[in-house]
Design a protein. Sequence first.
Lengths: 325, 358
Amino acid sequence: MTRRAHLIARDGRFWLLVLALALTLAAIGAPRLTMAREARDLILVIDVTGSMNVRDGRPGGPPATRLSQAKEGARRLLAGLPCQSRLGLGIFTERRSFLLFEPAEVCENFSAIDGAIDDLDWRMAWEGDSYVARGVHGAIAMAQGLGADLVFLTDGHEAPPLAGGELPAFDGEPGKVAGVLVGVGGTEPSPIPKFDRDGREVGFYGESDVPQENRSGPPPADAPSRAGYNPRNAPWGGEAATGTEHLSAMRAEHLRAIAAQTGLGYAALSTPATVISAVEAGTRARPVEVRVDTSALPAAFALLSLTALFGVGAAAARRDPVHLH
Amino acid sequence: MKWVATAWDGLSGHWGVDHPAVLALLMLALLPLLATPFRRGGVPAIALIPEDRVSRLMSAALRLAGMVAILALVLGMAGLHRREQSVEREGTGAHLVLLLDRSSSMDNSFADRAPTGDQESKSAAAKRLLTDFVARRPHDRIAVAAFSTSPMPVLPLTDHHAVVDAAIAAIDRPGLAFTDVGRGLALAFSYFSEDTDESSRAVLLVSDGAALIDRRVQEALRDAVARTPVHLYWLFLRSRGSKGIFDVPPPGEDTPQANPERHLHLFLESLGVPYRAFEATSPEAVGQAITEIDRQETRPIRYLERVPRRDLARVAYLIAALCLGLLVIAKLAERRLMPSRLPDVRASAIADEPRRAA
């Protein structure tokens, strides 16, 4: 070994440089691994009925209608879904869930889907009624037909109230379609804005503006004890029903009951990001393969050895004065 | 300062990183300014060293190589890439709004009854043919709107036809009760209200019936058309036995209430924009009408062709490797200043203990 070779071989800095070079070359040749990620196929149904216009935005936040909160949550969900997931959009009003478009790939069509969610408006509703339970049942059938899972954003406000407070029968198989009901809105009853024919806001619904009791079907068991009860002429009692149906709060209990009946999950939308966690917990993942580049790992070690090289050098330069051989 | 912002926009518009937080490590690139991978040798006086520009350049170049190597490694780790770009090209096509009737009568066959095994419902026929139509027009920007009891925006104008297909695929689902065609048209025109592009704009109305249009809605439609002229096509899926658009009823029966389809046709004609109505009584006739529309809408359009994202991490690592190679070569070429008369033993002793030697 010559003297110079010997000197170089004993110099740690040389070896750090060689190591960094070797690792960088390794980074250039690093393989791309195939890894599984969890994509999802979802049908997103958003309630656009009148009670979604209630402005009981998040506590501390600016007043926002439930619909705009639901839309924000939906857009977060869209942004949070990994590529190759597919998302379809529907609206719920009256007693139907109405499909706007079938599931489409979220990354390729991001701006179109995002724009479609943004365009949702209460004016798309065609009737003031809001049979939430039936809408969920319909949406489950729709999701099943499309082979997708269901995400249903609603405040759970039934208008008119359910007859006898009982859920309509669900004729599907509970749990066959996975999905999650997301409750939108505050827990305090709030007035529902009222709009005129041209869509201008003209105040709030009063107690006598909305049906306080569902008087279709047989009367409830307690009817005979009501004032003015007559089995033929006044089977629901002689007085107009009173109640708080003109105020709306998010009906968590009702949504839980629907969720239990249909085998869906339930989560309340406390922040827009809760949709994502609810969907991750409540829907089925479809493993898809993505190519993952591994080159960052050797590159990181190359950077580490370079940092060591220069860092040690810098520290040493500070510590010792320049010396003479 | 304006040019800085412009330059930044230009940069950030074309380039991107996947993990911006990693960019904090760029500070490490300052290290080569503070230290060198080479042995430091002391000389008794700087005056002993002659002024040598080549040496200075070499020293600066080696420092620079170290900095570039670190920068390139960090950028590579952060996932540097050139973003997906759009290149503007000229082709033939149009900005098109598909305005689709989602009323429940669309679920019937052309014989206006529930379709039997070998018959196709009107909506299924429309779905099949519209899907073909969209596939034949790759450069169109297409928006989708639906109307029934109320107008419903489905998709904004988009170049991505996969999602348009998904929206067309949804039209043969059970529809709603009514046909509010007036407000549907108003919604369709509203898509163009902010569209300032030079290209041809068209609305394709697909319906199997019509309804009275409120006088106020009529006025709103006239206003909208005056502001942004559009080409109008009405594909009327006529069921057997129903009144046609072109039939003139006997005098006295020609009222909008009795013949809403004919009066919608007259109204659309009176708007003063290019308008054609196609009366299709069978799936084949629908196909012919769509071919005709396809032939008409061939004005030039500027469309965006997308160039996919290009990852530059490998390029960054290659640059880092070149810089490191340079440093390694420089390191191999390193010589020590030392008196030549010293024996080997002392030299290695000095190499081992440079600090004490000082």
